[in-house]
Design a protein around this ligand. Structure first.
Ligand code: ZN
Length: 262
């Protein structure tokens, strides 16, 4: 269903949105508040089952790089008419004990990094590549978009005429599918290539605004592609190949130019 058709129905709380930075039109059937609450529930469950890292130095690095990127992101959003999106970004950056190469961001800016990521990310800028990418998914509301697609697939037009309370139950139901944390801790459903490339682009803009050189994105993803034998969750949900690297490279001048205005 196209965005236009959805808007015409007129019963949704929200309908269409456009992605900050890229301007891509997207179908958003769930309110930001509902997505935020669903993400928060999953986040609390995840954190209750996880152990925080005892590596004070690396934990401090995750928090400080995360904070710099969060500030850069908010600066961009504020300057471009997305102030209302900032209300639902309550950033938290955690480093957890786990040797897998992984990191994820739940709606609302709840970011989790696994200790194992540092086998690949070897400096602040390379960490910023991953955090910027995850922040990109959150700011672009990719979870909302996926939840919206699932609601439409599972419930079809019937959901349009249902009361808000019934819709909320549907939202909770698809949130578990989309975030996937219940099935396997920290394992998100893979995003589409379109979402991946969009998050890559947004990530390099945010890292440039934060003062990092986006060249590190090429270094990081090249290392990821070389480590192909390591079948980590992050690698399986973030296939790193020549196409991805070429895509980042081609958009880097544009990202640098845009970031230089901030
Ligand atoms: Zn991603």
């Amino acid at each position: 269903m196209s965005c236009v058709a959805v808007v015409c129905v007129g019963l949704f709380l929200t309908g269409c949105g456009s992605v900050p930075l890229t301007g891509r039109k997207q179908m958003l059937l769930v309110s930001d508040q509902e997505v935020y609450e669903a993400g928060l529930t999953q986040y609390k469950e995840y954190m209750a089952q996880s152990e925080l890292s005892t590596d004070a130095k690396t934990t401090a690095m995750v928090k400080s790089v995360g904070q710099k990127l969060a500030e850069a992101t908010e600066k961009y959003l504020r300057a471009n008419g997305f102030e209302s999106d900032i209300e639902n970004l309550k950033w938290e950056f955690n480093l957890v004990k786990n040797n897998e190469v992984n990191a994820f961001c739940l709606p609302g800016g709840k970011i989790v990094v696994y200790e194992g990521l540092f086998a690949i990310a070897q400096n602040e800028a390379e960490l910023a590549v991953v955090l910027g990418h995850e922040i990109g998914h959150a700011v672009a509301k990719h979870s909302n978009e996926r939840m919206s697609q699932q609601i439409l697939t599972q419930y079809g037009a019937a959901i349009l005429s249902q009361a808000l309370s019934q819709k909320s139950a549907a939202v909770q139901g698809v949130a578990v599918n989309v975030f996937g944390l219940g099935a396997k801790v920290g394992m998100m459903l893979p995003y589409s290539r379109k979402h991946e490339y969009e998050a890559d682009y947004m990530g390099i803009v945010f890292m440039e605004i934060a003062g990092y050189d986006s060249q590190s994105a090429l270094d990081f993803w090249t290392k990821m592609s070389a480590g192909g034998g390591n079948a980590s969750d992050f690698l399986s949900t973030h296939p790193s190949d020549t196409k991805r690297i070429a895509q980042i490279k081609s958009r880097m001048p544009e990202a640098k130019k845009l970031a230089s205005q901030y």
